[in-house]
Design a protein around this ligand. Structure first.
Ligand SMILES: *Cc1c(COP(=O)(O)O)cnc(C)c1O
Length: 427
């Protein structure tokens, strides 16, 4: 491969080679807690960050590092860190950037679990989220203060797959002099590479489209190598201060354009400990090999289902960015032209009861709280994930009584539509 390989090729080959000791063609599952040192000098250089190598599976391992190289290549980043879940990736991201009392600005159109993590758990560290409106880039500029250390959004956001104007928000992050972090879970790097739109860090739940088969939890953060830690007007202590646990080393000085990924590993993952299991890294790697094929089918099926529902007499509205006339349609063409994702919401004329009946009547769709599986998935948020909210809160979270959320799978589209039609007829 002389030129830079294409996306399909990278999805299969990036980071991997036949196993040097056995010749195994597929990256093996290195199911071991620790790795033997060659000698005392080797051990000392590994612990001193003077050489790269395997020490202990909490900090990394060969299966995990192929996954990291694969995702870094797909996102166009310099390095990546794979961890136990998407939430762990987000946590280590902010653990690397923030000190107590610092703030970050986040667009409020986010995965519900992220809203909880930011509002409640981060408060224990005195990391303070300031909410902005992801559909209004200017609201980020207004929310920035001298304490702001980062800006965070999703590329395709909840609810209903709203597509976010990444270049506009990246410009505000640049002006504020802070790193721009993008959760690219709903798009995957097949539909959108946030680095090309100004992101400095990309995070993913590997549990969703990258793994793609609903069989393992994982997360990853990608260092785009674009943020100048040493030149910043802000002091990101983990990156620029002399590090007492590594003989006074300054990570940004030593590791340059992949210092963020190193810092998240050797400080965050080392001390907090949310390591990904080698088995999960293996399953997710296998999933990634077919990401481009799956993602295109997910999007093509989702568009066909959305168009069908739009014409259905029992359906009040359909919110899918791939539909002409949708508020996100122009951004879909700009940010993720190959497809508008697989997740969208629609409303039933029959309200809450019709939503409950529809979910109960579907036969092939699985009723559960996940997205990005090969299977088609459904949830009625008002009676499940958003049950505890007041009616007004439900509506403002996009989870009104009539709202149904679909994650369209890669089955035959006729079967997906057929299942929805029979359940709608009964609802
Ligand atoms: C699922 C999800 C997460 C959290 O990931 P986990 O792997 O469940 O921890 C974060 N962001 C988005 C957009 C998600 O869909």
């Amino acid at each position: 491969m002389t030129n830079t390989p294409g996306f399909n090729t990278l999805a299969i080959h990036a980071g991997a080679a036949p196993d040097p000791s056995t010749g195994a063609r597929i990256t093996p599952i290195y199911q071991t807690a620790s790795y033997v040192f060659n000698d005392a000098d080797h051990a000392a250089s590994l612990f001193g960050l003077e050489a790269f190598g395997n020490i202990y599976t909490r900090i990394g391992g060969p299966t995990q590092s192929v996954l990291e190289a694969r995702v870094a290549a797909l996102e166009g980043g310099t390095a990546a860190l794979a961890v136990a879940s998407g939430h762990a990736a987000q946590f280590l991201c902010f653990h690397t950037l923030l000190e107590p009392g610092d703030e970050f600005v986040a667009g409020r159109q986010l995965y519900g679990g992220s809203v909880n993590q930011f509002n409640h758990s981060y408060k224990k560290f005195n990391w303070n989220v300031i909410w902005a409106d992801s559909t209004d880039p200017e609201s980020f500029a207004k929310a920035v203060t001298p304490k702001t250390k980062a800006i965070f959004v999703e590329s395709i956001a909840n609810p209903g797959g709203t597509i976010i104007d990444l270049p506009a928000i990246a410009a505000i992050a640049k002006k504020a002099g802070v790193p721009f972090i993008v959760d690219n879970t709903m798009a995957s790097p097949y539909l959108c590479r946030p680095k090309e739109h100004g992101a400095d860090v990309v995070v993913h739940s590997l549990t969703k489209f990258l793994g793609g088969h609903g069989n393992s939890i994982g997360g990853v953060l990608v260092d785009c190598g674009t943020y100048d830690w040493l030149g910043s007007k802000h002091r990101y202590k983990t990156l620029v201060d002399p590090n007492p646990s590594y003989g006074g080393m300054k990570l940004a000085e030593t590791f340059g354009n992949f210092a963020f990924a190193i810092a998240a590993r050797v400080m965050g993952l080392r001390d907090i400990g949310p390591a990904i299991a080698p088995m999960n890294a293996f399953l997710i790697l296998t999933g990634i090999e077919t990401l481009p094929l799956r993602m295109q089918r997910h999007c093509d099926n989702a568009l066909a289902v959305a168009k069908h529902l739009q014409k259905h007499p029992k359906v009040a509205w359909v919110n899918y960015a791939g539909l002409e006339g949708n508020a996100s349609y122009a951004l879909h063409k700009k940010i993720c032209p190959k497809g508008a994702g697989a997740v969208f919401t629609f409303g039933l004329k029959g309200g809450y009861e019709a939503g409950v009946a529809l979910v109960g009547g579907l036969k092939m769709f699985s009723h559960l709280a996940n997205i990005g599986d090969t299977r088609s998935l459904v949830i009625h948020p008002a009676s499940t994930t958003h049950r505890q909210l007041t009616d007004a809160q439900k509506v403002s979270a996009g989870a009104g009584p009539d709202v149904v959320r679909l994650s369209i799978g890669i089955e035959d589209v006729e079967d997906i539509i057929g299942d929805l039609d029979q359940a709608l007829a009964a609802a």
